[in-house]
Structures are given as structure tokens and as C-alpha cells.
Ligand binder design. Structure first.
Ligand SMILES: *Cc1c(COP(=O)(O)O)cnc(C)c1O
Length: 423
């Protein structure tokens, strides 16, 4: 699926940066000093994020009614914990692997866009009077209306599950287009909740294109992982949540105490939205480190090449073959690269071996149940620190707070998790 369009030869330093990845080795890319906030600060308005927070709050009674297990309060939020639990090393974990309903970070962006669409439908059909609670959606007239609508999305597994699960609970039809790297248990789990699974023998970029086509032909609502502001804004809400949790711990982020977040990256939507939200709050005092598998470094390659557009990793001889199915993406979201690309501070390419090593270590040391994609942030920690110190990006007396964002895994079936732990 390589790009047939002729393009200017890539700069030698870009090819040199990507070379270790092509050999299957870890690598670090750092943003050039001087790029960043000054160029495209605030790609996202505070009003937009506040509106998204308010929408999540409006939907709490609906989600609580649909998913009553464990007395859940309907809030899509995760804990911020010390790692390991009792240590004072300044390493924190943001536990999105344990988010309600989805067991992954997709409970934020994916579910948010679905809620936007559902609310829009309800208002359009006159099902909600002004100021009326969204619980009216769960009355027979609301459910009958929703049953007639279909949501289409492409996924390597987690986005489809988050959207599919909530869509099906509301009675909407859900059609999930899966790339060839999607794990079969993730397909089965979707069929079990009554979603339609369309299997493709192509990669994620191809699956998104085919899903987009199918949705257009069918007049369904398409959630476009490569081009969605709603997804992006849904993820951005996580930043305010983290900021509240840091304040509650008495951690004031600023020049003496920068925040460094390690964010697993596929198309870039989840890490990009979270980064946009955090930059809005903390400006230059937060550093966003995106983490990708060595075989699927789509954001790494796009930034190293520096042409302001996504590139395909196949152009460099990379394979997209990785155990981290949630991150197996050959080309970044053009929307995300435009919105936040210049504000990504670093990208770290990590090996499958290191991710699996961290699945085991995080379980042994802290009882965290992670999938390889979800554990990848840990694998980037030391690689980033060494390079950032050399480059003077950290050090000089400041005491950073490091936050590893764990993005998926709490709903892994026992047999899948046991296989990952087996030596
Ligand atoms: C989807 C996903 C990501 C990355 O999100 P993108 O929006 O694709 O960048 C990270 N971790 C897990 C477990 C995921 O499922």
C-alpha cells in the first residue's frame, strides 16, 4: 500500500532517524527546540472542552442505567496511581486500561462521538424537550428511534468495542470494519454483543477507507478515526481530569516541576487529543511523549520527515507487523497531525519484546492487567529520559512528574492474558 505519488526525496537526517526502527531497534525522535506552542498553540478552544465535559455529565444517568454493574456512577474516568503502589519515585500511572465499559482509552473519544450523534438524533426527532433529561432516550419512543440507526467504524479492536458496546446497549446497529491484525477474540466479543463484524484482509488504513465507503453507500453515521474533531475533543477531556488529580496530590506543574506524559499512539487521536488538552492547561510545562511500536511508527516517520503531512511507513521498508494490535497503524490521522503535530515533543519507537516485558512487570509489581499496546508507555520511559537529559530538555534542577498512560487491557480474557505472561 505504498504511496505511488512522486515526492521529494526525504532528508538524510530523517532517514537516519528512522533507520534503527527499520532494523527493529528502539529509537527516539525529539522535536526541534523553537517549534511548538508558538506556532500552533491552542488547536482546541477551552469552550469546546468544557462543552464536551458537560455532555459527558448529561449522559451519566443514561450510561449508569445501561451499565448498572458494580454500582457504577456513569462517569468515564480513571484513577491516577503511584507506581509501584507504595513508591516515591515520582512515577504515576493514569489507568485508562481500566476505563468503564471499554477497558481502554477508547471509552473517551469513541464513546464521546457516539454520544454527540445520539444527542443530535434525539434533538432532531424532537424526542427531547428543552432542558429535559437524556433519560427520555430510554423510553420506548427513544429506543425505537435509535434502533433504526446504524453506526459504522473501523477498528483494530478497541475502538470498535467501545463504540459497539455503548451503541448496542442503546439499541443502535453497529457495523465494525476490522483490519487483518485484529485479534479473533476481539471480533468474537463484538459479535457476542450483536455488532456486525466486517473482516478485511488489509491493514488499518485500508479498513478505514473501506468502512468510510460502506457508510456513505448506506447513509449510516461514520466515526472517522482519521478525521474526527469529535473523537479528538472527547480524548482532550482527560486532560482536565488529570489536572484535577495532580492538584489533589498537591503537585503544582510549572517550571520547577514539569509534567511528562507517555502516551501510546496509533493514528494519533487519543494521544493527540490528550496532548492538546494538556497544552491548553500547562503550556510549555508539559512534554508529550508519543509511543509507537518499532514496526508501526507512523507519527515518528511523519515528524522526522517533516513535510507536515502523514506518510506511509511502508515507504521506509517498515512492516506494520507488531504484537501491539491497538497501535498497528501505517499512516497517522491527517487531522491530528495538523491539529497537534508541531506540539508533539517526542516520539519513542519501542520493541514488541519491551512491551511484553512491561505487561509482565506491571502485573508482577503493581497488579495492572495490560495489553501490549497499553503497556507501551513504560517501555519508553528510560529511552526518553536518557535522550532528553542529553538534549537539555529535562534536568537543571527541575523535578519532573512522569505519568505513564496505560491505555488498554483490563478486559483481556484470562486465556489471552495468561498467554502474554507465559515465558
Ligand atoms: C487506540 C489505542 C491507542 C491509541 O489511540 P490512537 O487514537 O489510535 O492513537 C493506544 N492504546 C490502545 C490500547 C488503543 O486501543
Amino acid at each position: 500500500m505504498s504511496d505511488d505519488q512522486p515526492h521529494a526525496p526525504y532528508p538524510d537526517d530523517a532517514l537516519a532517524a528512522i533507520a534503527p526502527l527499520v532494523r527493529g531497534e528502539a529509537a527516539v525522535w525529539l522535536r526541534e527546540p523553537g517549534l511548538g506552542l508558538a506556532i500552533d498553540a491552542a488547536p482546541l478552544s477551552t469552550e469546546e472542552v468544557a462543552e464536551a465535559r458537560a455532555r459527558f455529565t448529561r449522559f451519566e444517568p443514561v450510561l449508569r442505567a445501561l451499565f448498572p454493574a458494580n454500582n457504577w456512577n456513569g462517569q468515564i474516568s480513571s484513577d491516577l496511581i503511584d507506581y509501584p503502589k507504595s513508591s516515591t519515585l515520582g512515577l504515576l500511572v493514569k489507568c485508562d486500561h481500566a476505563l468503564p465499559m471499554a477497558g481502554s482509552v477508547k471509552a473517551r473519544g469513541g464513546v464521546y462521538e457516539l454520544l454527540c450523534h445520539v444527542e443530535e438524533l434525539a434533538l432532531d426527532r424532537g424526542l427531547l424537550g428543552t432542558g429535559q433529561s437524556l433519560e427520555a432516550l430510554l423510553a420506548p419512543a427513544g429506543l425505537a428511534m435509535l434502533e433504526a440507526h446504524r453506526i459504522v467504524v473501523a477498528s483494530t479492536g478497541n475502538l470498535g468495542f467501545a463504540i459497539g458496546r455503548v451503541a448496542r446497549a442503546l439499541g443502535l446497529q453497529a457495523e465494525i470494519h476490522m483490519s487483518h491484525d485484529a485479534k479473533s477474540w476481539k471480533k468474537e466479543r463484538l459479535r457476542a454483543i450483536g455488532a456486525t463484524v466486517v473482516e478485511h484482509d488489509c491493514d488499518y488504513t485500508g479498513a478505514v477507507a473501506r468502512a468510510r465507503h460502506a457508510a456513505a453507500a448506506d447513509d449510516a453515521y461514520f466515526i472517522d478515526d482519521e478525521d474526527s474533531r469529535r473523537l479528538f475533543v472527547g480524548y482532550a477531556v482527560a486532560a482536565a481530569e488529570l489536572a484535577d488529580q495532580l492538584s489533589a496530590r498537591g503537585l503544582t506543574i510549572g517550571p520547577g516541576r514539569p509534567l511528562i506524559v507517555y502516551l501510546p499512539c496509533g493514528v494519533g487521536g487519543a494521544p493527540g487529543g490528550i496532548t492538546a488538552g494538556l497544552k491548553q492547561i500547562y503550556g510549555e510545562h508539559v512534554l508529550a511523549v508519543f509511543v509507537e511500536p518499532v514496526a508501526s511508527p507512523c507519527v515518528f516517520a511523519a515528524l522526522a520527515v517533516g513535510q507536515g503531512r502523514p506518510v506511509s511507513i511502508y515507504e521506509f521498508g517498515l512492516t506494520n507487523d507488531t504484537i501491539a494490535d491497538g497501535l498497528a497503524v501505517p499512516s497517522a490521522s491527517p487531522f491530528v497531525m495538523q491539529a497537534i503535530g508541531r506540539n508533539i515533543d517526542a516520539v519513542v519507537g519501542v520493541t514488541d519484546q519491551a512491551m511484553v516485558g512491561w505487561v509482565r512487570q506491571a502485573w508482577a509489581q503493581a497488579g495492572l492487567r495490560l495489553e501490549p499496546s497499553g503497556a507501551s508507555g513504560f517501555a519508553a520511559l528510560d529511552l526518553f529520559k536518557v535522550r532528553a537529559l542529553q538534549a537539555g530538555l529535562i534536568g537543571g534542577g527541575a523535578e519532573p512528574v512522569h505519568v505513564v498512560w496505560t491505555t488498554g487491557g483490563s478486559l483481556l480474557p484470562e486465556s489471552e492474558f495468561a498467554a502474554l505472561l507465559a515465558p
